[in-house]
Ligand binder design. Structure first.
Ligand code: KG4
Ligand code: ZN
Length: 336
């Protein structure tokens, strides 16, 4: 029985997981708190985590029908993420674990997204290829076992979700912009503006979204305020098609290079309907198994952290007391 805490970005999350079964997966979104700033403000996120972490943990325990006495280990996202936000979760996890002399399991956030696929029902067994696209990360992970992944390619600049959010802002949509942009794109013509698919001719597996974002900035400037208002749906649809085109082009290339029998999608952008459809079509065409976890497990949550913790080293009490959070990725998670 693992209690997990995730506070790496702007969602305060706690979960209780028993083996691969989720007993509770509580998420308190801070979207409203950041919306008026048009993006995530790290200091605002930390302050909200400070207020929300304890009640969110209590809520998860209550929903699971479990007391702290039944918890066998405490898992927590140790990085990568916003350092102030991570520290709140890590300190809370230590404060819960230490008085009970429970082990602490520090988890890498990206491995958490990968491990969302190991949860019931129908857990996906490695090996598989996982495309992770969120507001903070975009990468292709080669998953050969439960305990880690190999980064086959990643974004050289903006994350895919970040590009959705910035372009959504250009089009006057709220934050986070991904879902609103997808909705607007439904009414538009994806071929209205011939936006190039970035990195299409690049032989590697890395991504880049800043060129596409800049192309959108110039396009909007040339169209002028009235032009943008008139063509908003076409702009959204064209951007979305180019962004998805890049994600699927790199996925195809990675499939060609490795002998993968299954594909998984993770991160907030995996909630994008047309991306899910494009990847589903690709997998069907090639006879590959496709795992699409429910949307609640795609975006940040603590059940995925508990899932990764099942396969990560646990630090015994009191070894973890000096353990520090890390803002940048450093897989595998090291001992203190
Ligand atoms: O994984 P996540 O919840 O948090 C991070 O770790 O970043 O991902 C949030 C990101 C945001 O950038 C949001 O705009 C994007 O996922 N997103 C979407 C959609 N739903 C969420 N992007 C495109 N289409 C969507 N339907
Ligand atoms: Zn994430």
């Amino acid at each position: 029985m693992i209690l997990a805490i995730e506070t790496s970005c702007d969602d305060t999350c706690a979960a209780v997981v028993d083996g691969a079964e989720i007993l509770a997966n509580t998420i308190s979104s801070q979207d409203e708190a950041h919306a008026r700033f048009g993006g995530i403000v790290p200091e605002v996120a930390s302050r909200h985590h400070l207020e929300l972490t304890a009640p969110v943990v209590e809520c998860a325990l209550e929903e699971a029908g479990v007391t702290l006495d039944q918890v066998e280990a405490v898992a927590v996202t140790a990085g990568p993420g916003l350092i102030g936000a991570l520290l709140v979760g890590l300190s809370t996890a230590k404060a819960i674990a230490a008085p009970r002399k429970l082990p602490l399991i520090p988890v890498d956030h990206l491995q958490g997204h990968v491990a969302a696929n190991f949860l019931a029902p129908e857990p996906l067994e490695p090996p598989f290829l996982c495309l992770l696209a969120s507001g903070g990360h975009t990468l292709l992970a080669g998953v050969r076992d439960h305990s880690g992944h190999e980064v086959l390619g990643q974004t050289l600049d903006d994350a895919a979700g970040e590009a959705f959010d910035k372009v959504a802002r250009l089009l006057g949509l709220g934050f986070p912009g991904g879902p609103a942009l997808q909705k607007l794109a439904e009414e538009g013509d994806p071929e209205a503006f011939g936006l190039p698919v970035a990195m299409a001719r690049d032989p590697g597996l890395d991504f880049s979204f800043s060129g596409l974002k800049t192309a959108m900035v110039y396009l909007c400037r040339d169209l002028g305020e009235d032009g943008v208002r008139e063509r908003r749906a076409d702009l959204a649809a064209s951007f979305q098609m180019a962004a998805i085109g890049q994600l699927t082009a790199k996925l195809k290339r990675a499939l060609k290079r490795g002998d993968w029998g299954a594909v998984a999608l993770g991160g907030g952008v995996a909630a994008n309907g047309p991306l899910r459809e494009a990847v589903a079509a690709l997998c069907e065409e090639r006879g590959l198994r496709l795992k699409l976890v429910p949307l609640r497990l795609c975006t940040d949550n603590a059940a995925m952290i508990a899932s990764a913790a099942r396969f990560a080293p646990a630090l015994p009490y009191p070894e973890y007391l000096p353990y520090d959070a890390f803002p940048s990725s450093r897989l595998p998670v090291p001992a203190p």
